[in-house]
Design a protein around this ligand. Structure first.
Ligand code: DGY
Length: 324
């Protein structure tokens, strides 16, 4: 007989996090990562006190309405929570938490990797060497562009945008940004003495590199469309490590094909993992499979953050990082 709270984990999670949940809760895991549709989530959640989930499980209004009354908290294992209908959760008094902060540095590293990968044509170089097509050093071979002395536009200057800006400044980039609110002077200094743009158009117009860090909301859906790409300098490079749907894929693909944009570094895609096939043959896109926060340290920290939220809630304290 146990009085441990029942926790259902809907996605595969790191073993260290499994061990902690196993020790402190009556936990059920999905380490085979079997996808659950709405009906399966509702059935599996019956009698559970808490759910741990991530973006692969869509917590729609229908799912939330169907959850057993016993479920009091959803500890989301990611900072992004656009896969959860927050209004529906609020309406039934369900706590939702996310995992901010702990993934800032890893995700900013990944954004930097994409800036470099796209600027230095890493996709072409890597393919050539693997396929045996490298014929030796030729002085005009596989030339990329420098980051140093280029203007970097950061769209969305939250924690990750600031950490990316900090890194980019160390690479000699001149940082500009647009955000709903201007940062205070200390944060701007940390973010490479970033220059604030009150409107996104003026940021786009100067962005030789653009790094997207906005969350996905109805306002940012397909923000980077053909009209906005047209405002950017010719030969600019776009990096996206936030959410795929902030970019209109067809517009980006057309601009990469026409040469309007020199390249792109993409970590996130609409309809992951079924990405727009238009990207498959584009050599000027450096692509990675949504690995922004995928380091051992960071994924453990995200998992522990989710469990810390459960611990706090079940101890009668406010969750540490609640979004409802
Ligand atoms: C997040 O935490 O939102 C990252 O994108 C990983 O899913």
């Amino acid at each position: 007989m146990t009085d441990q709270k029942k926790v259902l984990v809907l996605c595969r999670i790191p073993e260290d996090v499994v061990a902690r949940l196993d020790r402190d809760y009556d936990a059920t895991f999905n380490q085979e990562n079997v996808p659950h549709d709405a009906a399966q989530i509702i059935a599996a959640a019956l009698g559970q006190d808490a759910l741990v989930t991530t973006s692969t499980n869509k917590m729609t209004a229908e799912v939330i309405a169907g959850l057993s009354d016993s479920v009091r908290i959803i500890a989301n294992f990611s900072v992004g929570y656009e896969h959860i209908d927050i209004d529906a959760a609020r309406a039934r008094g369900l706590i939702v938490t996310n995992t901010p902060d702990v993934l800032t540095e890893a995700t900013a590293d990944t954004a930097m990797l994409h800036l470099l990968g796209a600027a230095r044509r890493a996709t072409e170089g890597a393919a050539l060497i693997r396929e045996g097509g490298w014929v030796g050093s030729v002085l005009d071979f596989n030339l990329g562009v420098d980051l140093a002395n280029k203007k970097l536009g950061v769209l969305g200057m939250g924690r990750i945008g600031q950490a990316l800006a900090h890194r980019a400044a160390a690479f000699g980039m001149e940082v500009h940004y647009h955000n709903r609110n201007r940062l205070d002077a200390a944060r701007e200094a940390y973010a490479g003495n970033a220059v604030y743009h009150t409107d996104s158009d003026s940021l786009l117009e100067i962005s030789q590199f653009l790094s997207i860090h906005s969350p996905l909301t109805p306002e940012t859906h397909h923000f980077l469309n053909a009209e906005r790409i047209a405002k950017m300098p010719d030969g600019a490079i776009v990096v996206n490590t936030s959410r795929g749907d902030v970019v209109d894929d067809e517009a980006l693909i057309a601009a990469l094909k026409s040469g309007k944009l020199r390249g792109a570094g993409l970590d996130v895609f609409s309809a992951e993992p079924n990405i727009n096939p238009g990207y498959h043959d584009l050599k000027n896109v450096f692509m990675l499979p949504h690995i922004g926060s995928a380091t051992v340290e960071t994924r453990n920290a995200m998992g522990f953050c989710a469990v810390d939220n459960l611990d706090a809630y079940f101890a009668g304290k406010p969750p540490l990082t609640a979004v409802t």
